[in-house]
Design a protein around this ligand. Structure first.
Ligand SMILES: [Zn+2]
Length: 1015
């Protein structure tokens, strides 16, 4: 604990835990405890006739079932290496149903199965619950075990009550197969485990059935599992579902994850596959400060050692302390850890052995995990219950606990939480549609949200973004998420604006904060307690929709949310006359930001706009007249660039493919499907408005001939040629171009819209020393930064409170302002620049501060916008969607002055729209290549801290089994006092995707005592 923090109650909980399990000792002792721990008397004395071969013949084995149903292979295994021996989703589910059906009327075991929804490609999401008949009958009725544990988690049932009933009620545990479809072996492993739960009549299994309700999900991503012979990693839209556990914006996670809140418990296993070997926790890397002590110590001191013992007994190869983290709140281990208070764990089995061995090793780990939960069930559930009260007490004290490093290999913590957080506030009329979505997603996860019934003066409010806190009046109507509630860990882990990264190492993103990604500028959190007991009401929804004064001539709604910006499209496509205000204004006591939607009420039905307002959760206010100068919008038809000559197969546009985008095999397919998912699914824009445009369509002049209004390019480079020529003609004649990333900017240069280019980040000042262990290089891997928005520019309309920028990768463009020419800067990196999350060489002088992030330029009668990031990334960033929609809807007509009498005069030429550039004055179409940078973060670097190691490094690389390409690229150099091995550009950051030779090289380098600069 940090000195001076109020820890009395937490200490009380800790004392009780220590007494109970004797495993929750001081953090610094945990590594020692792990080595020393051995299971005492594996099973209770009352059950010593262990005979797992006493099997109930009424339960079908997989083999018998497969023979009877003509399924091959007819075992839960197979001799092939790789994953092609996997069974299909339909086969795995059919066996699950057969085992469940066979338990009907059984007085020892009962299995129920449930469907939580249907995948993008029409396949069912299913899980089974196996337990004793008494437990199953009391899951949702009778004793209502599900509701009971749910109540403990949500704080409606006290921790004391949970502890008191820990003996009598089963623990609910989740054993799930990975959402990665190309890692299928846990599907077969869980099928075997389900069979054993059902068929084994020995007393150990009877104990497990009495102690546990085991929730088994053998197939989490049916579309991915079935998309190709060995399975395909992603969802059908090409998303990595193991980065979406918190956001749940993908089908794989949406309905399924809501089930885990209904049935919370102490274990959630996410069983994946990697290149070789077996990995189970503890992880090497950091544990997020909001992972409860119960959670990480249960993994560290109890489950990890039990799995080690089990694997040791069978001389099975395994690894611990691999470079997985329990930090980023995106994964199937970290998210359940904070949401369920569970031991959230990633298991990884290599695909290099025969499939039968892959299945067996997963079975072994999953089976032992269930055994651990069963053995100490009453104590585990008492401790699991206590953590919720502890979390609430921490929240009431505003306390953020420290980050932890559980690995003995990781020496140094570089950052710790340094603020107090008492709760999050959301001011009235500030980003309403996106705030409503945020509240819905928090409430769905069991978080309590309140609306203030009165004005409340608070002593210290911190607005998201700039440092510091100040006194403030939160007006009545403010929404309030107090930290002092049982789900405090989850609230802080996902809403906290700074993750306080404890290490300089990362293999994915370093920020995932919904406060920034959802564009919550102007809102914030309290750094001192809210005084007194102000009147407030708990809400079940934000309820921002509705129209005030619908009969008035002008209907106004803010577009400072992605939902509000999309509402412009909703109304335009229904034929309404819609314009946007050039300026912010105040009406009826409400502040309306720049770009406010203004609808001629005579052009839309009152019921229609009321319905749209409810759907988007954006309030509409009737006004007597137009309140400000404004620009008319045209009904949009938006072309989405596919990046190749065809439309990649996807769930909405399967074409002749299987509907799974990752199998399309086309350039740009992933970018296209990601963008399509955001626009069509997340924002619910109909496919009549957003239509695919292939490179062939583009070159054939479809943008002009088929009356498109905007063309959105998610990052592809369109080279000089017919496509770029047609694009130039389109924009010149009044179209809007929206291009993201370096490719989108290069396209704009090739078409002659802009001279904007990037600058190299390969030399000074981008290569100063970084914190220990990190390469001396520019590094912005998935980080939020402050943005400086110019709300006079229509691309930044609605960002009157400022906002945030998200660089999803170091390779996002770094624009050179000297190349701007006549291009405007809509959004820039402010100077000084605050980053939320780990960066290196990003925020200093000459680095990002002051550079453009979003630039736009008028070209002929149209407009081009360049976004220096990927707005569609992981479908995460409502704030970026707003910018992209603003750019696509850019109003190219003349500004219409405020006074109705002046309207005609304006039309006569007070301000006119731009005209197309005459053909003989058009800039030349030419390739104007991007300035390349080298990302040293992708280099493998191994450093020997003295001379004389060149031969040793060479030998080590060869022994690792490195492929010829890596041997060719390997450079052995002497840098000052050090000998260094460098392999440029070959480092795979995600340890799961890292090939065996890199795993071995890293391991051998560590064993040899080399400093692992980067692997
Ligand atoms: Zn995986």
């Amino acid at each position: 604990m940090i000195a001076g923090k109020p820890t009395t109650s937490a200490d009380r909980v800790k004392t009780r835990k220590t007494r109970r399990l004797g495993l929750l000792t001081a953090a610094c002792a945990s590594a020692v405890a792990l080595l020393a721990w051995a299971p005492a008397g594996a099973f209770g004395a009352e059950c010593d006739n262990f005979s797992p071969n006493d099997l109930d013949p009424s339960i079908p084995t997989f083999h018998d079932w497969a023979i009877a149903n003509g399924v091959t292979p007819d075992t839960l295994g197979g001799f092939n290496t790789g994953t092609t021996s996997r069974h299909t989703t339909a086969q795995v589910n059919a066996y699950m149903e057969a085992v469940a059906a066979a338990t009907a009327g059984n007085d020892r075991v009962k299995i129920i199965t449930r469907q939580t929804g249907t995948s993008n490609l029409g396949k069912p999401f299913k899980y089974a619950v196996v337990s004793s008949p008494d437990n199953i009958d009391n899951l949702d009725s009778g004793r209502n075990d599900g509701a009971f544990w749910r109540g403990v988690r949500e704080g409606t049932i006290s921790a004391e009550q949970g502890e008191a009933e820990a003996d009598e009620r089963p623990a609910l545990i989740w054993l799930t197969a990975t959402p990665h479809g190309s890692e299928p072996a846990a599907g077969e492993a869980l099928s075997r485990l389900l069979y054993e739960f059902a068929a084994r009549r020995d007393c150990h299994n009877v104990d497990r059935l009495n102690n546990l309700d085991t929730f088994i999900t053998p197939v989490t991503n049916p579309d991915g599992r079935d998309a190709s012979a060995g399975g395909t990693r992603t969802t059908a839209y090409g998303f990595d579902p193991n980065r979406d556990f918190a956001t749940r914006n993908q089908d794989v996670n949406q309905a399924r994850i809501l089930e885990i809140y209904k049935y919370p418990g102490p274990i959630y296993v996410d069983a994946h596959q990697q290149s070789s070997g077996y990995f189970f926790p503890p992880n090497e890397d950091a544990v997020h400060h909001e992972v409860s002590e119960f959670s990480w110590k249960f993994i560290q001191n109890k489950i990890g050692p039990a799995l080690q013992q089990t694997f040791n007994d069978q001389t099975s190869q395994y690894r611990n302390y691999n470079s997985y983290d329990l930090f980023a709140m995106v994964y199937g281990d970290s998210v359940p850890s904070v949401q369920l208070g569970a031991a959230g764990m990633t298991f990884e089995k290599g695909t290099s052995e025969s499939y039968g061995k892959q299945v067996y090793d997963h079975y072994l780990a999953l089976d032992e995990t269930a055994n651990v939960a069963s053995r100490d069930k009453a104590d585990i559930m008492a401790d699991w219950s206590a953590q919720w009260e502890e979390a609430k007490e921490q929240g009431e004290a505003g306390f953020l606990p420290p980050n932890h490093l559980v690995s003995p290999l990781n020496p140094e913590i570089i950052d710790q939480p340094d603020t107090d957080v008492f709760g999050y506030y959301y001011l009235p009329n500030n980003h309403p549609g996106d705030t409503a979505k945020l509240m819905r997603e928090m409430i769905e996860t069991g978080v309590h949200v309140y609306r203030l019934d009165q004005d409340v003066s608070v002593p210290a409010a911190h607005t998201f973004g700039p440092p510091g806190s100040e006194p403030m009046v939160l007006p009545a109507g403010t929404l309030w998420i107090p930290s002092g509630q049982t789900n405090k860990h989850w609230i802080q882990a996902i809403l906290g604006e700074d993750p306080f990264m404890p290490v300089s190492y990362h293999y994915d993103v370093v920020n995932w904060s919904w406060s920034q990604l959802r564009g919550q500028s102007g809102n914030g959190y309290l750094t001192e307690a809210m005084p007194g007991s102000p009147a407030m009401t708990e809400i079940t929804a934000a309820d921002f929709g509705g129209v005030t004064d619908v009969a008035k001539p002008v209907l106004a709604f803010p577009t400072d949310s992605a939902q509000g910006a999309t509402m412009l499209i909703d109304l335009l496509r229904r034929g309404a006359d819609v314009s946007r205000s050039d300026e912010a204004f105040e009406a009826g006591g409400v502040e309306f930001p720049t770009g406010t939607g203004l609808v001629d009420s005579s052009t839309i039905g009152s019921a229609t706009i009321a319905e749209i307002s409810e759907e988007r959760q954006v309030p509409v206010t009737g006004l007597d007249d137009y309140p400000s100068a404004r620009h008319d919008l045209v009904e949009p038809k938006i072309g989405l660039y596919t990046g190749s000559t065809a439309v990649p197969t996807n769930p909405l546009q399967p074409g002749t493919g299987n509907g799974h985008c990752a199998t399309a095999g086309l350039t740009g397919a992933t970018n296209y499907c990601e963008m399509l998912n955001v626009l069509a699914i997340q924002l619910d824009i109909p496919l009549t408005v957003i239509q695919p445009v292939t490179s062939t369509d583009l070159a054939a002049g479809f943008l002009v001939s088929q009356n498109y209004t905007a063309f959105v390019n998610p990052g592809q480079t369109i080279a000089a040629g017919p496509g770029a020529t047609a694009l130039q003609a389109f924009v010149n004649n009044g179209g809007n171009y929206v291009g993201s990333l370096a490719g989108g900017t290069t396209t704009a240069r090739n078409a002659g819209f802009t001279t904007l280019n990037t600058q190299s980040t390969s030399g000074p000042p981008w290569n100063d020393p970084c914190p220990a262990g990190a390469p001396s290089a520019f590094d912005t891997s998935g980080v939020s930064l402050m943005g400086e928005f110019n709300p006079d520019d229509p691309v930044a309309w609605g960002f009157d409170n400022g906002g945030f920028l998200y660089r999803d990768a170091t390779s996002n463009p770094v624009y050179d302002p000297a190349t701007l020419g006549s291009t405007n800067v809509a959004v820039s990196y402010p100077d000084p620049l605050t980053a939320f999350g780990y960066t290196c060489n990003a925020t200093g002088a000459g680095e990002l501060p002051g550079r453009p992030a979003v630039a736009d330029v008028a070209f002929g009668a149209g407009h081009a916008t360049m976004l220096g990031f990927n707005p569609w990334y992981r479908a995460w960033n409502d704030s970026n969607w707003r910018m992209a929609l603003n750019a696509a809807l850019y109003p190219n007509g003349a500004s219409i002055p405020v006074a109705p009498a002046a309207k005609k005069a304006a039309a006569d030429g007070a301000e006119t729209a731009n005209e197309p550039i005459p053909a003989d004055e058009l800039p030349r179409i030419a390739n104007r290549p991007v300035i390349h940078s080298h990302d040293a973060g992708k280099d493998i670097r191994i450093t020997a801290l003295s001379h004389g190691h060149i031969r040793g490094l060479h030998r080590m690389l060869r022994k690792s089994g490195a492929p010829a390409k890596a041997m060719r690229k390997a450079k052995f150099t002497t840098e000052g006092k050090y000998d260094v091995l460098t392999i440029r550009g070959m480092r795979i950051l995600d340890p799961e995707l890292r090939p065996t030779w890199q795993l071995e090289l890293g391991q051998n380098a560590r064993d040899s005592g080399y400093a692992l600069t980067n692997l």
